[in-house]
Design a protein around this ligand. Structure first.
Ligand code: UDP
Length: 235
């Protein structure tokens, strides 16, 4: 059986209420259950990248007494906490999981080693990639693009708060046009809000399609893992 290898990117905020702080176990458990159902057919290899914005974003605290690089380091450490929460919830529903981190935290997670990561995926383990890229001035969206390319994923599944990509922010302009498909060039030229330009360029240059979907609708994580084309395809 041909297996699809996908990389699922979730923001840190997907582990708590929108605009909230920290981790809500109830939400993490729901996610784990959806992932379990989404993988039940055994035809998907899943790597995940989780953000850290539910704790701190370096760019937002910079200039307020915490310097940018320190804030970024804190943000990357936050992704490790999120990854551990997800790992625990996934193992609670019977999914074998490994956390690999770009920042060395050998007592709690493996280092990111590409070949070892691929081996885990082949064995059907979910691999949660934590610690961002390990470098300040990047985002976890860029991490997701980088890891997806490195691991030769067939697509990057980017979970968001809205249905997909619109011509403008639908919260500000209800008449904003929704796109089912959009090209990388259009995303860059129209400055459509999907991921930062570093992440988009990396996907574009390496022909990695991005499926942008809402995780606010119940069950969408499961559906997208089953291969449903929800939201917007960037190609
Ligand atoms: N970060 C970083 N390098 C990386 C990835 C993340 O410095 O490679 C820091 C950065 O400060 C970022 C924070 O970690 O703001 C949390 O990541 P992100 O904002 O991407 O999280 P999300 O918005 O997806 O929750």
């Amino acid at each position: 059986m041909e297996r699809r290898r996908v990389l699922l990117k979730m923001s840190g905020e997907s582990l708590c209420q929108t605009g909230g702080f920290g981790i809500e176990p109830r939400i993490v458990l729901d996610l784990a259950q959806q992932i379990q159902s989404g993988l039940a057919d055994g035809d998907v290899e899943l790597a995940m990248v989780v953000g850290g914005g539910n704790f701190i974003r370096g760019g937002q605290v910079a200039g307020q007494g915490i310097d940018r690089v320190t804030g970024d380091n804190m943000g990357m450490l936050a992704t490790i906490m999120n990854a551990l929460a997800l790992q625990s919830a996934l193992e609670g529903v019977g999914i074998e999981t490994r956390v690999q981190s770009a920042i060395q935290v050998n007592d709690v997670a493996e280092p990111f080693i590409r070949r070892r990561c691929l081996r885990h995926l082949e064995k059907g383990r979910v691999v949660i990639l934590a610690g961002g890229t390990g470098h300040p001035y990047f985002t976890t969206d860029t991490t997701a693009a980088l890891r997806a390319v490195q691991l030769k994923a067939t697509s990057l599944l980017k979970a968001t708060k809205v249905k997909g990509i619109y011509s403008e922010d639908p919260a500000k302009n209800p008449a904003a046009e929704f796109y089912e498909k959009v090209t990388f060039i259009e995303v860059l030229q129209k400055r459509l809000k999907v991921m930062d330009s570093t992440a988009i360029s990396l996907c574009m240059d390496n022909g990695l399609p991005i499926q942008v979907f809402s995780m606010k609708e119940k069950g969408n994580v499961e559906r997208v893992l089953r291969g449903e084309l929800l939201g917007t395809l960037v190609h």
